[in-house]
Design a binder for this molecule. Structure first.
Ligand SMILES: Cc1cc2nc3c(=O)[nH]c(=O)nc-3n(C[C@H](O)[C@H](O)[C@H](O)COP(=O)(O)OP(=O)(O)OC[C@H]3O[C@@H](n4cnc5c(N)ncnc54)[C@H](O)[C@@H]3O)c2cc1C
Length: 386
């Protein structure tokens, strides 16, 4: 059992309002629930988020959060790989090292936590617009006109966090100088030669100013059976800030997006150019993978680090507080560690909140800053930006 302090009776449970129903929000709600809190999640998207996102390296912090939350271990949470290999532009393996790890998918983690949430605790289509706090509690106001009160407000609302913008308007993400093209391909769509080369590996190709990586993840239905999994790839490419980035992030209907484009939205010109570049620069196995992708999507790589995670009863976690570069493979793990340490700090109720939150904040600020610094050094080096 995770509890080392008494769990309050249901009627006395303190209430956490969690804003954002993606990974950090569900991690916070499930772990706070296990620590004796009543946690309600408010997610702005009216549709289920199930089909969003790509692959993730499964890190121990996520499994620790699941254990704490009492989420039963799923033996099929991910797909394992043994070797890390590097290919050159002619498909030759130029380096191989034994580094076993497990890869999962955003939707697998999401679905696992979603089914562990108490009924009626996830409120979809609720966008936070502002909040107030006093010495006794917090009040959150949503775009629908809904008003909710609780003991704490947890901002798990991502890199463009509304809560953070209200608390710390000067803390905003900064474009890092490159983007990640990403794609998912059903396992059977890749030819036999390429599949044989990539199977069971975490594979990379480092080129001048670009890096592609690939690994297998569970299928869209969560299956890890051979033949039903997916190839997941990420291709980091330099794009200058200004007209080039604006053009890339303008969708097929002409609407400009700030930092990402979801599957199905990339405009014809950038798509054609990316495919052409794949043929010219990538190892044949990788270009085959990229060309087999029906709906690639784009995420601009950004840096964000806040000076504070706690302001009274308002708390920032996950990407709302720190966005590490994806080379750390640590964003979800950091969100999990934020959540489980917060739940531990707040076990047993809302007593002595300022002291307990201050101790939690000191540790998590240091962890977030260190992960971001490490990610910037790796990313700038591999992209030739250092
Ligand atoms: C290319 C790439 C690869 C990555 N690979 C890995 C990896 O291998 N391993 C890993 O651990 N991490 C990885 N990450 C990072 C990881 O995906 C994130 O760090 C993690 O998902 C935590 O996100 P989050 O829940 O904090 O934010 P988000 O996923 O951005 O969720 C924020 C949520 O808040 C909602 N929201 C926003 N504003 C409001 C509002 N006002 N009111 C209500 N709801 C709101 C949004 O709709 C959204 O659902 C990767 C990231 C990238 C870009």
């Amino acid at each position: 059992m995770p509890h080392d302090r008494p769990v309050p009776a249901p009627a006395e449970r303190p209430r956490a309002l969690v804003v954002g129903g993606s990974l950090a929000g569900l991690l916070a709600a499930t772990t706070l629930g296990a620590a004796g809190w009543k946690a309600d999640v408010f997610e702005r998207s009216p549709q289920p988020l199930e089909s969003r996102g790509g692959g993730l390296v499964l890190q121990p912090d996520v499994l620790e959060a699941f254990r704490f939350a009492g989420i039963p271990p799923d033996p099929f949470l991910g797909v394992t790989s043994d070797d890390r290999i590097y290919l050159d532009a002619h498909d030759r393996v130029i380096s191989r090292s034994f580094m076993p790890q497990t890869q999962t998918s955003w939707n697998k983690l999401y679905g696992t936590m979603r089914s562990a949430l108490p009924e009626n605790s996830l409120h979809a289509g609720e966008r936070l617009v502002s909040f107030k706090q006093s010495g006794d509690g917090v009040t959150a106001l949503f775009a629908s006109g809904r008003i909710e009160s609780g003991d704490i407000l947890v901002g798990a609302d991502g890199a463009m966090s509304t809560l953070r913008t209200q608390l710390q308007p000067a803390s905003q993400p900064r474009y890092a100088g490159y983007v990640a093209w990403r794609g998912l391909v059903p396992e059977r769509m890749l030819g036999a030669d390429a599949a044989a080369k990539l199977a069971g590996t975490f594979a990379f190709q480092q080129g001048r100013d670009h890096l592609l990586l690939e690994y297998r993840i569970p299928g869209e239905d969560g299956s890890v059976e051979p033949g039903r999994r997916r190839w997941n790839w990420v291709w980091f490419r330099k794009v200058s800030e200004g007209p080039d980035l604006t053009r890339l992030l303008t969708d097929r209907l002409g609407a400009a997006h700030r930092f990402s484009l979801p599957p199905g939205e990339v405009a014809a010109g950038p798509m054609r150019e990316m495919r052409q570049a794949a043929v010219e620069h990538l190892a044949p196995s990788f270009s085959e993978l990229v060309l087999a992708t029906e709906e690639p999507f784009i995420q601009a790589i950004i840096d964000l680090a806040v000076p504070r995670m706690v302001t009274g009863r308002a708390i920032l976690i996950g990407d709302a507080a720190f966005v590490p570069r994806p080379h750390t493979a640590g964003g979800a793990a950091k969100a999990a560690a934020d959540a489980v340490t917060l739940a531990r700090a707040l076990q047993g109720g809302a007593r002595e909140l300022p002291e307990r939150l201050a101790r939690w904040e000191t540790d998590r600020l240091a962890a977030g800053a260190a992960m971001c610094k490490w990610g910037i050094s790796i990313g700038d080096r591999i992209m030739g930006l250092a």
